[in-house]
Design a protein around this ligand. Structure first.
Ligand SMILES: Nc1ncnc2c1ncn2[C@@H]1O[C@H](COP(=O)(O)OP(=O)(O)OP(=O)(O)O)[C@@H](O)[C@H]1O
Length: 320
């Protein structure tokens, strides 16, 4: 087990006949960490999750939760993971507290302690006020929080949440974000899938991007940006549009051709692998040239850029 890893896969591979759905996936998530697990449709996310929760067996490689092998000991692993699928699966005519009590019984929690446990998980999931409401009458955002509460009943160290922010309005999304960050702060290890990438980027410590069954990039967003391209995107903002051609000429002399003038935005953008001291010299030259530099900054790659780059690279590979 890697140092402090709570959830770990090593060279995890799943074949369906000759089709490789998952190809030597190696990831690890530590205690109190949130991993964003993303990839285009059919990338292999659900396959990975199914193996982790003991619902599918790997063809080769291993998956462990708190050191327990998911394939060898699926019953024990189910006690170590709280899994929230992307569908709720409610039961009509049940109040929230009854619904959670029912699942608590299914997890084998003793009857005597269940009401207290139900209250605790409702509080943790920010759903304390829903206890007497009928499940079918809850809004989507409320259901998502009850679903989180359900994953917490047996107090597992690791949670796998499939699209927890899907279909939530902005207010509910913010509340969901706070719940997830709160769980990590209590030491839970979270794996979260989402197609709402800006939202995911706000809560994750690290991100793993898979496509066509293979891990394509992993790490913090800055690390992923570096893995995908050694070039940084820089932007010079000017005080007036007329100075854009002159500024672009200065930049071109330093970095060559990868320069994009954008007069409508008073901007010059360029991609470069040059170190900071050379960029500092470029800034000095721009200022000395009197082009009116208002800002000189690196444009951060966002998760959507990274996702698109990875998907396109994977599609390109498959087409070759
Ligand atoms: N039981 C199966 N038999 C054959 N192929 C399968 C089976 N289950 C999944 N696959 C294939 O494996 C690949 C990975 O599927 P998976 O469901 O893991 O993707 P995903 O990343 O979860 O996608 P999505 O975002 O669409 O849910 C897909 O091409 C899928 O068609």
């Amino acid at each position: 087990m890697a140092d402090g890893a709570v959830v770990e896969t090593r060279e995890l591979t799943k074949r369906y006949g000759s089709f490789v759905a998952l190809d030597r996936l190696t990831i690890s998530v530590g205690r109190g960490q949130i991993l964003g697990f993303i990839g285009p449709n059919g990338a292999g996310k659900t396959t990975t999750i199914k193996i982790l929760v003991g619902l599918a067996r790997p063809t080769s490689g291993t998956a462990t939760v708190a050191g327990i092998d998911c394939a060898a000991d699926p019953r024990r692993v189910k006690r170590l993971i709280g899994y929230m699928p992307d569908t709720f699966g409610g039961y009509d005519g049940m109040r929230v507290a009854e619904y959670l009590d029912f699942f608590g019984a299914a997890f084998g929690l003793p009857r005597k302690g269940r009401p207290k446990r139900v209250e605790e998980v409702l509080e943790t999931a920010g759903a304390g006020t829903f206890r007497d409401l009928y499940v079918e009458a809850l809004s989507h955002g409320m259901k998502q929080r009850v679903a989180i509460a359900r994953t917490l009943l047996h107090d597992p160290p690791a949670l796998i949440l499939d699209e927890p922010a899907n279909g939530l309005d902005p207010q509910a999304r913010i509340e969901m974000r706070q719940v997830l960050l709160g769980l990590a702060a209590r030491g839970k290890t979270l794996i979260v899938t989402s197609h709402i990438l800006p939202e995911l980027a706000r809560i994750c410590d690290r991100v793993a991007i898979i496509a066509r069954g293979r891990l394509r990039a992993a790490g913090t967003l800055a690390e992923i940006a570096r893995q995908l391209s050694p070039l940084r995107t820089m932007e010079v903002l000017l005080t007036r549009a007329e100075a854009v051609p002159a500024a672009a000429d200065v930049v071109r002399r330093y970095v060559g051709d990868a320069v994009t003038p954008a007069p409508a935005e008073f901007a010059v953008r360029f991609r470069t692998a040059k170190p900071d001291d050379e960029l500092a010299a470029l800034l000095g030259t721009l200022v000395a040239a009197g082009v009116g530099v208002a800002q000189f900054r690196e444009v951060q790659t966002d998760l959507e850029d990274a996702f698109m780059t990875v998907s396109q690279q994977a599609d390109g590979e498959a087409a070759r």
